[in-house]
Design a protein around this ligand. Sequence first.
Ligand code: ADP
Ligand code: MG
Length: 259
Amino acid sequence: MSASTSSLLELRQVTKQFGETTVLHPTDLQVERGEVVCVIGPSGSGKSTLLRCVNFIAPPTTGTIVFDGEEYRPPKDHRWIPALGIPEEQRLTRLRTQVGMVFQQFNVFPHLTVRENVALGLRKTCGLGKKAADARAVEELGKVGMAEKAAAYPEQLSGGQKQRVAIARALALEPKLMLFDEATSALDPELVGGVLQIMRDLAAGGMTMMVVTHEMRFAMDVADRVIFMDRGGIVEQGTPEQFKSPQHERTRAFLKSIN
Ligand code: ADP
Ligand code: MG
C-alpha cells in the first residue's frame, strides 16, 4: 500500500475514542521531512493521544496515517481476517522502529544496564549480534554523553541521564521521526537544559520531530511550527512568530496561564 504525498507523515481524519468518549476529534496533519513541530496545550487536551496514534501505540479509531509513503489504517479494518492481521502487525512493527519515542517517565528497563538498554533493540529489531550491538550501543551513548555509564543500571542514574539513555536507545534504530512526549517534565529543573540541548542538536542535525512540551522558549526557538491543542483537537497552528499574536482566545488564555 502506498500513497502519494511528499510529507514524511500525514494524518487524514484521524480520531481516537475510548469507549464512548472521543479524545481526538477528526484531525488532519502533515509533517514535512526535517520539520520540527512542537505541540502545546492544556493537560488532557489530547497531545499524548495524538503522538501515540502516530506510532500506533494507541491505534487510531478511524482515519488513515501515511508514513514515509506507506498507508496505515486502524486495526478494526483487518481485525477479523487473521490471515491479513499478521502481515499488518509486521508492518506496524516496522513503523514503530522508524518512529522513535521518548516519554516523560523515561521507560528505560530497570533490570538492564545502560548499554543493554540500547543494545536490546539493535539485536531484536536490527538483528545485530551481541558484540556488534554492544559496540553500536556504546557509540550511540557517546553521542549523548553517556558512554562512561554504559555498565551502570538505571537506578544509579539521574533523571536527566535516564532520559539521555532513552534518547540514545531510540536513535540507535535510526528513526525517521522522533516523538518526544514531555521529555523534560519529570526532570529536576537543573537537568532540563541538558536534555533540551540534545533535542536542539538533533533538530539542528535535520531530524524530523514532534515535540509535546511546556517549554515555550524551546518551542519558540526550535520549532518550525507550533500546534495548539485543546479539548481533543488542533485549535491553531503556525510559526513561532505567528504564535506571538495568537488568533484564538483559547490559545491566548493558555499562553497566559503558563507564563
Ligand atoms: P494530554 O497529553 O494533552 O494531557 P491525553 O492525550 O493524555 O492528554 O488525554 C486526552 C484525554 O483522553 C484525557 O481526557 C484523558 O483522560 C483521556 N484518555 C487518555 N488515555 C485514555 C485511556 N487509555 N482510556 C480512557 N481515556 C483516556
Ligand atoms: Mg500527555
